[in-house]
Structure formats: structure tokens, C-alpha cells
Ligand binder design. Structure first.
Ligand code: 13P
Length: 248
């Protein structure tokens, strides 16, 4: 049985002081469900205080990105061991905003996935199509390709620790959610390709989230779908409402 995982991607929001405030507000509200794994992903600068703030609870902390080199002349970048040393367990990789604004490619995401595993970090790998791609009818082809390239040269043992997040770009921050049927269709396609790359057992262990305008009103229906194992939440993760999603 796959454990549901609900992660809050805070994106570029909250100063370290505000991050602590939000965690303190949410902590008592999201710690009750043993069957749901909760992850907060604040900006880099708040990772250390966030790890400190969730000590003694079962809440996990994740980063939103990292670079694929170990160290060196890469001004402005953050290395895998830097975030690992903060006590972070997860790292979001390949978010569509990083692909769109910061030139990330399937190949660079694959390098990051490899590095994450080398450093004991669990990647939350984001895949998803734009509206244009959906209208062209290439959603499944595209998501299959994104999934395959992200996992190139990744062992079965490591892959089992990965989380996938299906995030249709047209549903992010738009208030326009994919229907549970649309989301399930693509999450099932991701599981099929995982089964082709590895085997059915491995595919059955990997968790696949849906992301894109998840809120307290639609979480239960989405998470009830057989291939949707939780959500990657943006806007609604910045408010006390996040607790309602966790306690769907
Ligand atoms: O991009 C997302 C999570 O990574 C989704 O963002 P929203 O929940 O704000 O649509």
C-alpha cells in the first residue's frame, strides 16, 4: 500500500521569519494523520529553520531545486550536499517553472535526479504538458518521454524512493484543476511507463502525485483515484487551508 504524500511547494514565498510562523500554525493541524506523509518545501534560505521547526513531528522538509555539480564556480547555485546537510529529505526537481524560466531540460533534470540519490535525497520529479501540447494530443507521449529521461541510468532500488508529480502546466496557479479523470489518466500512463522501465512491482511502489490548483475542495476526489497518491500543492500550501488538504 502506497502512503499518500502531500507536499507544499511554497515557491518564492515567505521569509525565514514568515516560514517559521506558517510552520507553527500548520504543525498541530497536519500532524494527526499517520497515513499521510506531509512535506513542506520552503525556499533554500529557510531550510535550516524549517528543519528545526518540525523537529519532534513526522513532518518532512524538502528543497525546491538544487544544482547537479558537487561544488565550484557556479555563482548562485546550491549543491546537493548543502541541502542534505540541512536535514532535508526531499527535493523537487524539474518543476515546470524551472523548465520555463530557468532553462531546465529533461537531461539536466536527469543529472539532478542522479545527484539527489547519491546524496540520500528523495526527488519529487515533476512532469506535465502545456495547454498547447494537450490540445495537440501529445500529453501521454510527452509525459512518457519526460519520465523516461528523468530516470535514465537510475537503478530500480533508487527509483522506488522517487516521487513523481504530474503537474499539467495549464492547471498551475490558474484555479483550473484537471478533472480527477484527466489526472488519473495521465498518472496511470506514468505508472505504465515505470512498469515498462522497471517492472510492475517497482511501478507499484513509486508514488505519483497530482499538482495544479489542488485545494481543500478537490483534494479528496483527486486522491481517491487509484493512481494518484497525494498532491503537490502550490498556492493553497501557504495558508492554514493546507491542513484541510492533508486531512482530506
Ligand atoms: O506548481 C504547483 C505545485 O508545484 C501547483 O501550484 P498551484 O497549486 O498554485 O496551482
Amino acid at each position: 500500500m502506497r502512503k499518500v504524500i502531500v507536499a507544499g511547494n511554497w515557491k518564492m514565498n515567505k521569509t525565514p521569519r514568515e516560514a517559521i510562523e506558517l510552520i507553527e500554525t500548520l504543525k498541530p493541524l497536519v500532524s494527526e494523520r499517520e497515513d499521510v506523509e506531509v512535506v513542506f518545501c520552503p525556499p533554500f534560505i529557510s531550510l535550516m529553520v524549517a528543519v528545526e521547526a518540525v523537529k519532534g513531528t513526522n513532518i518532512k522538509i524538502g528543497a525546491q531545486n538544487m544544482y547537479f555539480e558537487e561544488n565550484g564556480a557556479y555563482t548562485g547555485e546550491v549543491a546537493p550536499d548543502m541541502i542534505a546537510e540541512c536535514g532535508v529529505e526531499y527535493v523537487i526537481l524539474g518543476h515546470s517553472e524551472r523548465r520555463q524560466y530557468f532553462g531546465e531540460t529533461d537531461e539536466s533534470i536527469n543529472k539532478k535526479v542522479k545527484k539527489a540519490f547519491e546524496h540520500g535525497l528523495k526527488p519529487i520529479i515533476c512532469v506535465g504538458e502545456t495547454l498547447e501540447q494537450r490540445e495537440q494530443g501529445i500529453t501521454e507521449d510527452l509525459v512518457r518521454l519526460q519520465t523516461k529521461i528523468a530516470l535514465k541510468d537510475i537503478s530500480k532500488e533508487d527509483a522506488k524512493k522517487a516521487v513523481f508529480a504530474y503537474e499539467p502546466v495549464w492547471a498551475i496557479g490558474t484555479g483550473k484543476t484537471a478533472t480527477s479523470v484527466q489526472a488519473e489518466e495521465v498518472c496511470a500512463a506514468i505508472r505504465r511507463v515505470l512498469s515498462e522501465i522497471y517492472d510492475e512491482e517497482t511501478a507499484g511502489e513509486i508514488r505519483i502525485q497530482y499538482g495544479g490548483s489542488v485545494n481543500a475542495g478537490n483534494a479528496a476526489e483527486l486522491f481517491a483515484m487509484p493512481n494518484i497518491d497525494g498532491g503537490l500543492v502550490g498556492g493553497a500550501s501557504l495558508k492554514a487551508d493546507f491542513a484541510k488538504i492533508v486531512n482530506y
